[in-house]
Design a protein around this ligand. Structure first.
Ligand code: PLP
Length: 446
């Protein structure tokens, strides 16, 4: 399928009819930025119900890393579905779960790659983080948690207390789970403490060390620090390695666990299997979901084996680690390892170079950052003041859709480039060309 190929004003008639039914009967809490109605997909190309072809630069929010309906993943799903669909991993044994846990023990950035890892399976990112919260509390016998401003860890009530991305996600749902303290994240483009990147020694962590852990909570009562190695929903923010290193030292000093939320950044997206690898970050607990099973629901909480010692009955989920999802995950990991992690690195470098080159032409681009195919472009009205180009960002997302590119925002004024990891250089080029044209249209600078 060759995309983009838009044959009619969007949305087309079939799309309009489905959207009208959706609006009548589905929860209005879904965001739905533009009227794309999926019919089918292959690789990084998707087709809507009216036959228009789009390049997918969102991958279902960083989920379909292996591309849409990768044949190896589909075969694994079908094979497993013919054998059995469900057998409650809570009560019975089955091999796909064991194989996946063994695979993750080899790869997860835990305990220096010793393989000394156990995994708990659930169905989503939020559940993976719920398990991490409970496990950290259970193991340390402490109940406080540290998270970061701008972070996203999920929407169920435990993980929501960690989430601090947008207030709409919290508004009306309080009070939040107690015992959570938020520290500034290392956003070097908008340094929360006004430090200069050239001389920075991760001063942003001073707020945690000198304020939160002095005035608000005793370090020996903190169970864990929960951190995204690269902040996702917060705007695809890449911190310096020193931030993670100092955080790791701090947690070790005070006997806190370090939970790396790799739900969005994991599974090859950044050109490494886990984003932690870019920073030499060794975690005690790692959470995964999104890209792990190419679109089937699966959440994973992997931990140091000596940390995951809760007794039978302490935590479980009926559907968690469903055999079909586990089979999809095993096939996904193989496809990632056999070339897609590397493709994410190589095509990601090309994409980021091309996006950076656009900065000469478009002053609205304030910052281009990222690793692999997890790239954020922050739009500003003025490069000096860094005033956020929020409405312009929303327009860019809409206009990209009209040009046949599915893309999403992240944070208040960034665009996220998170395509399937099968993206080719040519497809990356087509995305940049569309972005260039859209920015020119919006700012009037041709
Ligand atoms: N953690 C991170 C870093 C995420 O980006 C997300 C979702 O965007 C979640 C957790 C929650 O995942 P889910 O929507 O599967 O519950």
């Amino acid at each position: 399928m060759k995309a983009p190929d838009i044959r009619m004003p969007l949305p087309g008639p079939k799309a309009q009819a489905i959207i009208a039914r959706d609006k009548a009967r589905l929860s209005p809490s879904y965001t739905r930025d533009y009227p794309f109605v999926m019919a089918k997909g292959e690789g990084a190309v998707v087709e809507d119900v009216d036959g228009n072809l789009f390049l997918d630069c969102a991958a279902g929010i960083a989920v379909t890393g292996t591309g849409h309906s990768h044949p190896d993943v589909v075969t694994a799903i079908v094979d497993q579905a013919h054998k059995y669909l469900h057998m409650s991993g809570t009560d019975f044994y089955y091999e796909p779960q064991v194989q996946l846990a063994e695979e993750l023990a080899k790869q997860a950035p835990i305990d220096g790659g010793s393989g000394n890892v156990r995994s708990f399976f659930s169905n989503s990112g939020t559940e993976a983080n719920e398990a991490a919260i409970k496990l950290a509390r259970y193991y340390t016998k402490r109940f406080n948690l540290i998270a970061f401003l701008g972070s996203f860890h999920g929407r169920s009530l435990g993980s929501l207390a960690l989430t601090s991305s947008k207030y709409v996600q919290r508004k009306g749902f309080g009070p939040m789970m107690p015992g959570v303290f938020h520290a500034p994240y290392a956003n070097c483009y908008r340094c929360p403490v006004g430090a200069k990147p050239e001389s920075c020694e991760s001063e942003c962590l001073a707020f945690l060390e000198d304020q939160i852990l002095v005035h608000l909570v005793s370090p020996d009562e903190v169970a864990a620090v929960v951190v995204e190695p690269i902040q996702g929903e917060g705007g695809y923010v890449v911190p310096p390695a020193a931030f993670h290193q100092r955080l790791r030292e701090l947690t070790r000093t005070h006997g806190m666990l370090l939970v790396a939320d790799e739900v969005q950044s994991g599974m090859g997206r950044t050109g490494r299997m886990f984003a932690c690898e870019h920073f030499g970050l060794d975690a005690d607990i790692v959470t995964m979901a999104k890209g792990i099973a190419s679109g089937l629901p699966l959440g994973v909480t992997s931990a140091r084996a000596d940390v995951m010692t809760w007794p039978p009955g302490a935590h479980a989920s009926t559907f968690g680690g469903n055999p079909v999802s586990c089979a999809a995950a095993l096939a996904t990991i193989k496809v990632l390892r056999d070339g897609l992690v590397r493709n994410a690195e190589v095509v990601g470098e090309h994409l980021i170079d091309r996006l950076r080159a656009l900065m000469d032409k478009h002053p609205i681009i304030g910052d281009v950052r990222g690793k692999g195919l997890m790239i954020g472009v922050e739009l500003v009205r003025d490069r000096q003041t860094k005033e956020r180009a929020t409405t312009e960002r929303d327009r860019v997302v809409q206009e990209m859709f009209k040009r046949g590119v599915l893309i999403l925002g992240a944070g208040r004024n960034a665009i996220r480039f998170a395509p399937p990891l099968v993206l080719t250089r040519e497809q990356a080029g087509a995305i940049v060309d569309a972005f260039d044209a859209v920015l020119a249209g919006i700012t009037g600078k041709h």
